[in-house]
Ligand binder design. Structure first.
Ligand code: PEP
Length: 252
């Protein structure tokens, strides 16, 4: 059976409790748009409240520490996220990699900690503009992914990959559909090489300046199983435009 498109909103460091009204509106729409699987990753401070306010959509977090607990001031562990109502966690987002110097190895340990806590995990990868210009994008991204994925070959069903070209995040620029297709095919081949048949079922999201007016085209690219959306997920109105596009409903 074909999988439903998976549309995930990453609120980054945005949102106070006043924004829960957006989550509620997204949740109400998701009740009607059953052809699409919708999720939100609000900041840690809103995970529990979002879970309570929005009962139908998935709710997750944007990062976790690789340890279960301990002396790590300011960090949050995967079991804590699970306890607060999260169902998944994003790891390896390019803003974590650049702001906090996260290596592939650390991302892999975070992904493994998330799985051990019973969370699903979205592993993010993406090339820089210089790497794309040098013709190295596919090589860089597949190597990054290989080193960022959990070692176990038994976790495909809990895993989602997000391909997010760094130069497309928050810039309004997007790769061509052909470039997205080429990358997603290469990621699929890598996943099948690692997980065998189960690698066919891992969803590969595209992320980077997805908006209501380009969503249908990007979601139509080869092997694209959904979208990871930053800026356009901050209001129900724009996020719903993307969800509608994923559902195949005209937004005109
Ligand atoms: C993101 O941060 O994951 C993202 C894709 O951001 P934006 O949609 O704003 O480019």
């Amino acid at each position: 059976m074909a999988q439903r498109p998976y549309i995930v909103g990453n609120w980054k460091m945005h949102g106070t409790r006043a924004m829960l009204s957006e989550a509620r509106a997204i949740d109400r729409a998701a009740e009607r748009l059953t052809k699409v699987e919708v999720a939100l990753a609000p900041p840690f401070t809103l995970v529990h409240a979002t879970r309570k306010e929005a009962g139908l959509i998935g709710v997750g977090a944007q990062d976790c520490h690789p340890a279960e607990g301990g002396a790590h001031t300011g960090d949050i562990s995967a079991p804590m996220l699970k306890d607060s109502g999260a169902g998944f966690v994003i790891v390896g987002h390019s803003e974590r990699r650049s702001d906090h110097g996260e290596s592939n190895e650390l991302v892999r340990r975070k992904a493994e900690a998330a799985l051990a806590a019973g969370l699903a995990v979205i592993v993010c990868v993406g090339e820089s503009e210089a790497e794309r210009d040098a013709g190295k994008a596919v090589k860089v991204v597949t190597a990054q992914l290989e080193a960022s994925l959990p070692e176990s070959t038994d976790c495909a069903e809990k895993l989602t990959v997000a391909y997010e070209p760094v130069w497309a995040i928050g810039t309004g620029r997007v790769p061509s559909v052909d470039d997205v297709s080429e990358m997603h095919r290469a990621i699929r081949a890598m996943l099948v090489g690692k997980f065998g048949e189960a690698g066919e079922t891992v969803r590969i999201l595209y992320g980077g300046s997805v908006k209501p007016d380009n969503a249908a085209e990007l979601l139509g690219a080869n092997e694209v199983g959904g979208a990871l959306v930053g800026g356009a997920s901050l209001t129900a109105e724009s996020f719903l435009g993307i969800i509608l596009a994923a559902a195949g409903e005209n937004t005109d």
